[in-house]
Design a protein around this ligand. Structure first.
Ligand SMILES: Nc1ncnc2c1ncn2[C@@H]1O[C@H](COP(=O)(O)OP(=O)(O)O)[C@@H](O)[C@H]1O
Ligand SMILES: O=COP(=O)(O)O
Ligand SMILES: [Mg+2]
Length: 556
């Protein structure tokens, strides 16, 4: 099989303006092309759709993944292509890739095999500049805050209690904790600071949850910068930052359109990770797609304990969106890993490990059905190393818990490999749907965290030191109605990434809480998760190259 980038390069792409007009009747004046194959949609066009009925919304989630990922994005693309192949008017909504994993371990996020969005090099690298704009808007606030301190600090900001770090779209552990402002008076006021990765920025979260520029600016103004020495709060609006920040996001807020290898239109917009942020693409793209198509397939990051939970308890709660069906992506390889097989032996048949690791799928499946009340189908994302016996066993075990598992071959065959899944999803969106949040708005914050930990993660309880407990109690008095954005490892239901399968009785340890007054949720940082990831010993960047003709290799 050719590599992802080789497949993508062989594709015959249609000019995006022509494709959008041909398939959805979008007039050229409503599209700002970024080259021939990427474009941003106009708000005028988005507004013109408001009276249309919504299509059906399908959420693609997954079991707890291996470091490579189990194929949510790939399956979202494959399912979208398959729905179009069986005559349905379908769109997909993906998140934009971050350069962190692109040059780190996981690689890009444009799908894989014959189920990709293209042009994958552009999408995986600078795309339409949204992440750069988000990073600059975020760091402008940092610069304004330090500049305010340098020029007399009228707001009495306490440099030891700053709440706003800087960001960069890169995995760079050396930037987690830094000292800045060195070199004397001309260089500002020395203080400790640090960087998060752009996809963990609250600016990203706000951009992904608002409906328009006005709301974006209002919410940016609410962002907490830090505390004064008198104990008061200092917000972005106190530094008059929100206007300039929103100006920098003038284009980033408009959704991006690209196409799949099978020339089906696709939205790719916004990109928070699901282990350290809420993990969902923008509300603007999802809502717009629902006005344009009869079926919209969208993904939420990592496993259902992270992306799907936050899709429901944060994105749906804030936007009014409701999934009509859920596709739970599972792979034989990941389940064998959950059954104790080391990463370098996942290619070998191992029915016993698959049987044991199945517990991870079962818990995610039961959570989707019983905790969130949603109809769910299991998509077995077929890998060439999967054996007939493994597929048979997995299919039987899903049936034994009342589910249906379909083998999907979209990675190897494109949309044709997911037509069975497409037909099942068309039925599933009309199945009984008792959608519910995991918790109500007025539940105390600590109880919300405990609910997530015990009912989804199988934990016995939650722990935090007295300082964090007091902080949560204070936040509860102030913003109890905010939902929780859990930040924890994607590899386990527990805080310990090595606790595979479906651990029970563990304790979720809260290390830190960060109120996001602009995004209007509380980030709860658990275990050792980092909001600035590091690079592995042998990063993917070492295998990425470009020749004298500008042909990139090694991107995947
Ligand atoms: N069936 C498959 N066979 C081989 N590789 C696959 C398959 N499905 C996905 N991949 C690859 O696995 C990686 C993760 O896929 P992706 O769709 O990004 O997962 P997720 O969105 O769940 O993180 C990508 O490099 C992709 O090309
Ligand atoms: O936030 C993580 O997203 P993926 O699971 O698609 O890598
Ligand atoms: Mg993905």
């Amino acid at each position: 099989m050719l590599s992802d980038i080789e497949i993508a390069r062989q594709a015959t792409l249609r000019p995006i303006v022509e494709l959008a007009q041909d398939r959805f009747g979008i007039a050229p004046e409503h599209l700002d092309p970024y080259g021939h194959y990427k474009a941003k949609l106009s708000f005028d066009y988005i507004q013109s759709l408001q009276d249309r009925p919504d299509g059906k919304l399908i959420l693609v989630t997954a079991i707890s993944p291996t470091p490579a990922g189990e194929g949510k994005t790939t399956t979202t693309v494959g399912l979208g292509d398959a729905l179009n192949r069986i005559g349905k008017k379908a769109l997909i909504c993906l998140r934009e890739p971050s350069l962190g994993p692109c040059f780190g371990i996981k690689g890009g996020a444009a799908g894989g095999g014959r189920a990709q969005v293209v042009p994958m090099e552009d999408i995986n690298l600078h795309f339409t500049g949204d992440f750069h704009a988000i990073g600059v808007a975020h760091n402008l606030l940092s610069a304004l805050a330090d500049n305010h301190i340098h020029h007399g600090n009228a707001l009495d900001l306490d440099v030891r209690q700053m709440a706003w770090k800087r960001v960069i779209d890169m995995n760079d552990r050396n930037l987690r904790q830094i000292v800045e402002g060195l070199g004397g008076r001309v260089n500002g006021v020395p203080r400790e600071d640090g960087f998060d990765i752009v996809v963990a920025s609250e600016v990203m979260a706000i951009l992904c949850l608002v409906d328009d520029l006005g709301e974006l600016k209002r919410q940016l103004g609410k962002v907490l910068v830090g505390h004064s020495r008198g104990g008061g709060k200092v917000f972005a609006r106190d530094l008059k930052a929100q206007g300039a920040m929103a100006a920098l996001l003038k284009d980033a807020i408009r959704p991006n359109l690209v196409q799949t290898l099978e020339n089906n239109l696709a939205f790719v917009h916004g990109g928070p990770f699901a282990n350290i942020a809420h993990g969902c693409n923008t509300a603007i793209a999802t809502k717009t797609a629902l006005k344009m198509a009869d079926y919209v397939v969208t993904e939420a990051g990592f496993g259902a304990d992270l992306g799907a939970e936050k899709f429901i308890d944060i994105k749906c709660r804030k936007t009014g969106l409701r999934p009509d069906a859920v596709v739970l992506v599972a792979t034989v390889r990941a389940l064998k890993m959950h059954g104790g097989v080391p990463k370098d032996a996942l290619q070998e048949e191992n029915l016993a490990a698959l049987e044991t690791g199945f517990a991870n799928l079962e818990r995610h499946f039961r959570n989707i059905r019983e905790q969130f009340g949603l109809p769910c189908v299991v998509a077995i994302n077929h890998f060439v190393s999967d054996t007939e016996a493994e597929i048979r066993l997995l299919t039987e075990k899903v049936a034994a818990i009342g589910g249906k598992a379909l083998v999907c071959r979209h990675w190897a065959e494109g949309g044709a490999g997911a037509e069975t899944l497409a037909r099942e999803v068309v039925n599933l969106v009309s199945a009984p749907n008792q959608f519910r949040f995991l918790y109500e708005d007025d539940l105390p914050l600590w109880e919300k965290i405990k609910t997530i930990a015990t009912r989804l993660y199988g934990a016995a309880g939650v722990s935090a030191d007295s300082k964090v407990r007091r902080q949560i109690e204070a936040l509860d008095r102030e913003c109890r109605h905010f939902p929780i954005c859990m930040a924890k490892t994607q590899y386990s239901f527990a805080c310990d990434p090595e606790l595979r399968g479906a651990p029970t009785g563990h304790t979720v340890t809260i290390r830190e809480v960060r109120p996001a007054y602009g995004a209007e949720f509380i980030v709860v940082i658990c275990g050792n998760i980092m909001t600035m990831p590091g690079l592995p010993k042998s990063p993917a960047a070492e295998r990425i190259d470009i020749d004298e003709n500008g042909q990139i290799s090694g991107l995947f």
